[in-house]
Design a protein around this ligand. Sequence first.
Ligand SMILES: *Cc1c(COP(=O)(O)O)cnc(C)c1O
Length: 385
Amino acid sequence: MRGGHKEGWMDDRIFLSAPDASGDELRYIEQAIADNWIGPLGPYVEQFERQLEDIVGVRRALALSSGTAAIHLALEVLGVKRGDLVLASSFTFVGSVAPLRLVGAEPWFVDSDSQSWNMDPELLATAVEDALAQGRRPAAAIVVDIVGQSADYDPIRDICAEHGIPIIEDAAEALGATYKDQPVGGFGRIGILSFNGNKILTTSTGGAFLSDDEDLVEQAFFLATQARDPAPHYEHSQTGFNYRMSSLLAAFGRAQLETLDERVTSRRAIFETYQAALGELNGLTFMPEASYGRSNRWLTAALIDSSTFGATNAQVMNVLAQHNIESRPLWKPMHMQPVFAGAMSTTSGVSERLFDRGLCLPSSSSLTPDQQDRVIEVVKGLARS
Ligand SMILES: *Cc1c(COP(=O)(O)O)cnc(C)c1O
């Protein structure tokens, strides 16, 4: 018995985004144990990092304990400090921006456009102008690739470059997606990835810091390993963090990375199946794919207009839950979060509408056709015919 539910409940359950360890994970972990590479160093971590560099096309990758840790290190090595202003996508998960509090910086949230659901470049330009008019040059911009889809980097990079604002690309949800045929993760001065349990690939928990700038990566490594000065004893002239990835998790992650193309193919196929089955229902629209890139379709996301669909997104989620099916709303924008009350923002109403109407359907790469049919039948059954 798990969670007090009747026997069989968990077997029957359909998860939103379950880890998928159907590759060589166990074999690689056994090998790491056999070789006694258990700590946060050694060939498994290094191989995992080299694999990431190949996949993303960046010079250096650093394997870390989480994506949130990677964002924190990015802010540290860019020298973002107390009182600094940092532009950030409002429509995101809190891990993108919570580390701003660790360095004492202030967010300035920028809303999404309705086509890509990512940071709207025109609103970014307005936010930069407004910040400059207040005599404050933003110290960085955290640009998120949301729900598997890349942001529009050409205009975003132009705006940031004009004002010398370094970009941190938060590609936590989008590994395997592309922008103009280039893999996501390498469009900022620094990119970050997450290997949390519900992401397209996982190391149970984990993350990565990516950059073409060797100096930044060296600084991030130094801070991620307790800021040890070069000396035979433990010598510290500043304090750091303990943010490195365990070797066992890196061994697991190597097997995960080998499956990335398959995972993207399965998640995209799951999306197509939902779209074919539910796309004609009144009041239900799927997340658009921007013309500039290919989404990894990490989660199948849809918007429900209750006036034409006949039920709200919350009602759909409740009925799915009664059928032992996990679903979620879309992210509540950061400019609406109590913890960021009073923060500056440039908004258009788009992300509020996404939150209001959003629904994420089960999208695990291990989802079976029978399971997907179960989800489809429940959603269809709720639509006004
Ligand atoms: C998951 C996620 C993170 C945080 O990653 P963790 O590895 O869970 O710390 C950051 N940003 C976005 C957009 C995410 O979805």
